[in-house]
Design a protein around this ligand. Structure first.
Ligand code: SF4
Ligand code: SF4
Length: 201
């Protein structure tokens, strides 16, 4: 099953590389920027979690694993007393010193961080950092949150930016399970997979 999931990831990474390459003029992601790994829920399916954990445990040293384990315990403690667990947000436990300690094995949603997206209903959404002067900020109107024709005009030598269909819902659709022959399984916020016995069920 993990081999087939790996084939799907290879296919996905190739597609995403093309998308990122085409959006290069609008993207400012760089090493050390970890804002998209903070204060979010990080939806993760069972197979993503198994793949991530296997990869992480086989590729990191004891010290790194201890840090992540401590991060997980700390987050779960805060979650335990949170009033609204459904909306609970946290910094990803795999984030260490502004870098992903499981980068090669990260989840699907992490692979799309930074791209402008076209949602199921056709609505275009930009990454939150657009409004902090980062991705797509050179062409998006901060008030309307839409593409600004004036701003695009000032960059007339460039192609207009595009929103791709890379929503988590779409990328974990059963169409891909059927094509690549694996199951995503249950989906939930990443941290909930660390609640006792979650992966055993
Ligand atoms: S797994 Fe890595 S890339 Fe994904 S949210 Fe966590 S630290 Fe960020
Ligand atoms: S998407 Fe935005 S916040 Fe995330 S790494 Fe790129 S520039 Fe930073």
């Amino acid at each position: 099953m993990l081999e087939n999931y790996q084939k799907y990831l290879d296919f996905l990474d190739e597609k995403l590389k093309k998308f990122f390459d085409s959006q290069r003029p609008y993207i400012q992601c760089h090493k050390g920027c970890s804002k998209c790994c903070r204060m979010a829920q990080f939806p993760t399916s069972r197979i993503e979690m198994i793949y991530l954990l296997n990869g992480f445990l086989n590729s990191t040293d004891e010290k790194t694993q201890d840090i992540v384990s401590q991060n997980i315990q700390n987050i779960l403690k805060v979650r335990d007393v949170a009033e609204n667990k459904k909306e609970f947000r946290y910094n990803c436990p795999f984030l260490i010193d502004d870098a992903c300690s499981a980068y090669q094995y990260r989840g699907i949603i992490c692979r799309t961080f930074g791209l402008m997206k076209q949602e199921e209903d056709g609505k275009i959404t930009v990454p939150f950092c657009c409004f902090e002067g980062m991705n797509y900020s050179s062409v998006i109107d901060a008030d309307t949150h839409k593409l600004s024709p004036e701003k695009v005009k000032t960059r007339e030598c460039l192609e207009e930016p595009l929103g791709f269909n890379v929503s988590y819902k779409y990328l974990t659709d059963k169409e891909f399970e059927e094509t690549f022959k694996f199951q995503f399984g249950e989906k939930k916020p990443l941290i909930e997979w660390f609640i006792k016995d979650s992966l055993k069920k």
